[in-house]
Design a protein. Structure first.
Length: 291
């Protein structure tokens, strides 16, 4: 959090910006008058200070996780990825309204056993998503428009042939909330701009922050009629996995907080709202690699 500090020194008024967190506190001198671009300077100082505060911890997770994956038996790592796939498939489907339980998702993906009292669409899309997740794990190239469309096509090729693998052709609004998605005529252009941004920033930003910012922008574009959340969350995981960071799941219990942070980022025009939530969650869930 950044605040404006006023001090009287030798009968002169001086202004400072102060960044405070649980781990650190730092200041920046502004001068003897409040600058006209105060809000911009506060945002810039917050981002700069936040990265200094968190990036060392994130890099420590990265290095320890990389060391762990290099030493662990490949079969154990495969089992961990498999377990994550089941949990993520259950979670990402549940967030979108699926009635399937975690146990039913496991039986479906491992043994092909379809649960009763569940729509055929939910069953098929869970199966398709599981296959898509496996492909994601071994995809060696990077994010592209073609990749995004192909993932969407795979998810919906059996349940929504009219829209599978195609950007939406009509304007949409959220059922709840005040977020405004881009117009359908702008979707392709915005996706291309997002990918261009991603390519320019992927060597500058830590992958955890990069994944949060990419996801935030992707959901605001809302490029599809359906599947925006599932494809967007998978892309977020892909960015982590591609950079040898532990994958992290958004659980159904976190659904409302997750949605609120995305909307708050939009309402405040400040992606740091979502970035902070995602980074805090990430650090909390990967404590074992901070040693």
């Amino acid at each position: 959090m950044v605040s404006l500090i006023k001090r009287n020194v030798n009968e002169k008024t001086k202004y400072y910006l102060k960044y405070s967190s649980r781990n650190t506190s730092t200041q920046k001198y502004l001068g003897t008058t409040i600058p006209k671009d105060l809000n911009e300077q506060m945002k810039s100082f917050e981002i700069e200070s936040y990265r200094k505060d968190k990036y060392d911890l994130l890099e420590k997770i990265h290095q320890n996780y990389l060391f762990y994956t290099q030493r662990i038996d490949k079969k154990i790592l495969e089992n961990e990825h498999h377990g994550f796939k089941i949990n993520h498939t259950y979670s990402t489907q549940k967030i979108e309204g699926s009635a399937m339980t975690l146990g039913q998702t496991r039986k479906l993906l491992e043994f092909g056993l379809s649960p009763q009292n569940t729509s055929i669409e939910d069953i098929i899309e869970a199966q398709q998503f599981g296959t898509l997740f496996d492909l994601m794990l071994f995809y060696t190239k990077d994010i592209s428009e073609k990749l995004i469309l192909s993932w969407h096509e795979m998810l919906f090729e059996k349940t929504d042939t009219n829209n599978a693998g195609a950007f939406r052709r009509q304007d949409v609004q959220p059922y709840l909330g005040k977020t405004e998605y881009v117009l359908c005529d702008e979707v392709q252009e915005k996706i291309r701009s997002l990918i261009k941004w991603y390519n320019s920033e992927k060597k500058k930003l830590n992958p955890v922050e990069l994944s949060a910012r990419f996801h935030n922008s992707f959901e605001l574009i809302h490029p599809f009629i359906d599947g925006n959340g599932r494809i967007g969350r998978l892309l977020m995981i892909f960015i982590l996995h591609k950079n040898n960071y532990p994958m992290t799941n958004i659980t159904p219990k976190e659904k409302q907080t997750y949605i609120n942070k995305l909307e708050s980022s939009y309402m405040k025009n400040d992606k740091m709202v979502f970035v902070k939530w995602w980074v805090s969650k990430y650090l909390r869930e990967n404590k074992k690699f901070i040693k």
